[in-house]
Design a protein around this ligand. Structure first.
Ligand SMILES: Nc1ncnc2c1ncn2[C@@H]1O[C@H](COP(=O)(O)OP(=O)(O)O)[C@@H](O)[C@H]1O
Ligand SMILES: [Mg+2]
Length: 307
């Protein structure tokens, strides 16, 4: 009886204690969550204000060019500018508008990537064709910059499943950087090959200004520019490399930067090996899935070893 009573009392004491403990844990959890939320909000707001400061400069400068020079042209009646000057202003306006469009596209890309909503449109593509197109789009720029642009793209690359538009964007960013950060007389090499492990590598090498290890880290963060203090609005937003890296990773690949300050930079884009079709899969691809329904048991035996 007494025993039972004691048991009952300790039981209820235990219950009280448990509920007190439970409340304390809950209170602590709420406080921790509030604290985490506050830190996150502070970080978000700091990143946001850095972003706004950076972007207002990136957007304002070309817009001022557009407004300023179009105003000059609009006053032609009074100004009587020579034709050559008008052509020059029109070119400046076009460059500024093109830059603005590139900035806006980059911002939309990075925010889409960061929200995880970016999807690839994978098709059968040939990396060598993409690289040759990138090379020819930079011929003139390289020539103007007195930089030799060398083609070392293997023409025997296998077909791969990838988003060709995004691959082109990746290498356009890399070659543009290589040319931008290489002084007159330098060399930019674009190479592509299949590695022994089956991966496809696209490599952009330059003999330019190079970066230290810390500078490479800065370069890989969104909006990060090494020596961002220099006023060089033509030189972009600091989004090119982070976008390229994300696009490579969306493909299941890897982007690596090897750089030596004062000597040059080499960027590797490593893409996963193109998957080998099994005989059954190849047959399905040709005949269509609907016509066959007993093939699922067959492929394992027919699967060829991957090299
Ligand atoms: N090939 C390169 N050689 C030297 N520095 C580079 C190279 N590529 C990128 N960087 C550095 O990394 C920074 C970020 O590059 P990126 O993200 O493409 O932005 P952006 O080209 O708009 O500046 C550049 O501003 C530059 O300082
Ligand atoms: Mg760039």
């Amino acid at each position: 009886m007494l025993r039972g009573h004691t048991n009952g009392r300790s039981q209820s004491l235990m219950n009280d204690y448990a509920s007190l403990l439970g409340e304390a844990v809950l209170r602590h959890q709420t406080r921790t969550a509030e604290h985490a939320a506050r830190i996150e909000a502070e970080l978000a707001s700091r990143v946001k204000s850095e972003f706004i400061a950076n972007m207002s400069h990136e957007l304002r400068t070309p817009l001022n060019t557009v407004i300023g020079f179009s105003k000059l042209i609009a006053e032609q009646e009074r100004r009587r500018l020579p034709d050559a000057e008008i052509v020059e202003y029109a070119n400046l306006i076009r460059d500024a508008a093109g830059h603005l469009l590139a900035v806006i596209n980059d911002i939309l890309d990075i925010s889409k990537i960061q929200s995880g909503k970016y999807t690839l449109d994978k098709r059968d593509v040939q990396l060598d064709e993409i690289l040759l197109a990138v090379l020819s789009s930079f011929r003139l720029l390289a020539q103007d910059a007195k930089i030799s642009l060398d083609n070392r793209v293997s023409l025997t690359l296998p077909l791969m499943r990838a988003d060709g538009v995004k691959l082109r964007q990746i290498f356009t960013n890399l070659v543009s950087n290589a040319i931008k950060f290489t002084p007159e007389g330098g060399t930019v090499i674009v190479e592509a090959k299949q590695l022994d492990d089956g991966r496809i590598a696209g490599i952009v090498t330059d003999s330019g200004i190079g970066m230290t290890a810390e500078e490479v880290q800065v370069a890989m963060t969104p909006f990060g520019q090494v020596d961002g203090s220099r006023a060089r609005w033509r030189d972009g937003t600091g989004l090119g490399l982070p976008i390229a890296k994300s696009l490579v990773e969306l493909h299941g690949g890897e982007l690596r930067v090897n750089s030596v300050k004062g000597e040059g930079t080499q960027v590797w884009v490593l893409l996963p090996p193109p998957t080998q079709l099994t005989i059954a899969e190849a047959r399905d691809a040709i005949l269509g899935h609907a016509s066959l329904n007993h093939h699922h048991s067959a492929p394992a035996a027919m699967r060829e070893p991957t090299p």
